[in-house]
Design a protein around this ligand. Sequence first.
Ligand code: FES
Length: 96
Amino acid sequence: MEEKTKSHQKHIFICTFERAEGSCCFKKGAMELMQNLKNKSRQDSEWKGKISVTRCGCLGFCDEGIAAVLYPHQKYFVHIKPTEADLLSKKLDEID
Ligand code: FES
């Protein structure tokens, strides 16, 4: 095993988990949100090298999705709409 570090100050994980039955973030448009955030991270010079966006599995907030978690802050976000990439990015900017 080898330890590594990355220079990103913030890492947001978006739940894109899909389940056949019941509520899940995938069915609520998590892939659209993910794509919008990815586009922002590539285009916004303020984000480059500071915020990383990654999809992840279930975060345990299935009924309250779309869910996301910010590291290293361990702050969870729920009830995110697929079109709220700008709102989420503003929240991420406000967190030190
Ligand atoms: S499916 Fe997203 S939190 Fe469970």
